[in-house]
Design a protein around this ligand. Structure first.
Ligand code: DP6
Length: 349
């Protein structure tokens, strides 16, 4: 027999950024963060997990290519899930698995990103969240999504926020063992559904400095990061939660843009400095800022993760259409420029 589960998980985009760990192994952050989860039809990972007594080892394929499962982070997630596994019984298929059997049953995992992994658009967040969720279903875990988020967190910090749709907060927690460092949903996907997210892929090249090593260097060398984590972010988290509850776009946009800018400022304050944005990213910021100033009130928010690609959040569909026109006019996509394509969420978040 073979027992199988398939799940799909969208990626999430932080509007108040996670950058810096207080524990590298358990992946515990130095500040809370807030994100929006994309619509499940865009930028998502689909994962099928299966087990069978005939499998002789754990194996995984990513986009059809076999990859190694030796990484410590993957193994931590697997260990945590196996430790919570329950009995599974399916009379029709003749499947009867006792919880202790999970220690010896091997897994086959096939995962697909519907978006090029090389573009560096937070594919690990969706991937690990999906892996944890599908394994939890296969092994009949009783934990809720928040408790599962604490497991996904150990695969990649930002992954914990993809266990929920809508707006999500990753609470940094206080405990040394990480038990209270988990994701909670602030508002579901229907709460603010006029927002439209547009992602401009500025460069499909893989980023030079991974988030993991970049944030380690920042914590070790930046004089600004502690100020950000202790003084700035706690206030912004409260303000952002308020802006989301009230659907206050001007406050939301201001907080998201300034937080992205501060994250890139601490990258620059890292030694040696980390440059994630490029000239095109800077031109996109200027273009949005100019437009927002001309309108007298923000129409679009921007945010950039550990790479040059721009994530823009328009206040409604009409603004999104205008934004797209402006982007196409100012950054005409040509094969010999570094602005390759646009991805347009045709449904709101
Ligand atoms: C800039 O979650 O990729 O996207 O925990 O080391 O796997 P690890 O890092 P990762 O970092 C994401 C950083 C960010 C900001 C964010 O998503 O909050």
């Amino acid at each position: 027999w073979v027992s199988m589960v398939t799940a799909r998980t969208p990626t999430n985009i932080a509007v108040i950024k996670y950058w810096g760990k207080r524990d590298e192994t358990l992946i515990l952050p130095i500040n809370d963060s807030i994100s929006v989860t994309l619509d499940p039809n865009h930028l998502c990972t689909t994962t099928t997990v299966s087990c069978s007594p005939s499998f002789d080892q754990d194996r995984m394929w990513l986009n059809g290519k076999e990859i190694s499962l030796q990484g410590g982070r993957f193994q931590s997630c697997l260990r945590e899930i196996r430790a919570r596994a329950q009995d599974v019984e399916d009379e029709k298929k003749g499947i009867k698995i006792k919880k202790e059997d999970w220690q010896n049953l091997h897994l086959h995992i096939a995962s697909y990103n519907n978006f090029p992994t090389a573009a560096g658009l937070a594919s690990s967040a969706a991937g690990l969240a999906c892996l944890v969720f599908s394994l939890a279903k296969l092994m009949n875990l009783k934990e809720d999504n928040s408790q599962l988020s604490a497991i996904a967190r150990q695969g990649s910090g930002s992954a914990c926020r993809s266990l929920y749709g809508g707006f999500v907060k990753w609470v940094m927690g206080k405990e040394d063992n990480g038990s209270d460092s988990l994701a909670v949903q602030l508002a579901d996907e229907k709460h603010w559904d006029e927002l439209v997210i547009i992602i401009a892929v500025v460069s499909a090249r893989q980023k030079e400095t991974s988030s993991t090593s970049g944030m380690r260097d920042t914590v070790e060398t930046s004089a600004l990061i502690q100020h950000r984590a202790k003084e700035v972010v706690p206030k912004r988290i409260i303000q952002m939660e308020d802006a989301i509850q009230k659907r206050d776009f001007p406050s939301f946009a201001r907080l998201a843009c300034t937080d992205s800018n501060q994250f890139h400022a601490v990258c620059l304050d890292t030694y040696p400095p980390i440059f994630y944005m490029n000239d095109t990213s800077h031109r996109i910021i200027s273009c949005v800022e100019k437009w927002n100033r001309a309108e007298g009130t923000p129409q679009v928010a921007y945010t950039f993760d550990a790479g040059p690609n721009a994530v823009m959040i328009a206040r409604n569909r009409k603004t999104a259409a205008l934004l797209l026109q402006r982007l196409l006019y100012n950054f005409p996509p040509q094969s010999d420029t570094d602005l390759d394509s646009y991805i347009i969420g045709d449904k709101s978040i």
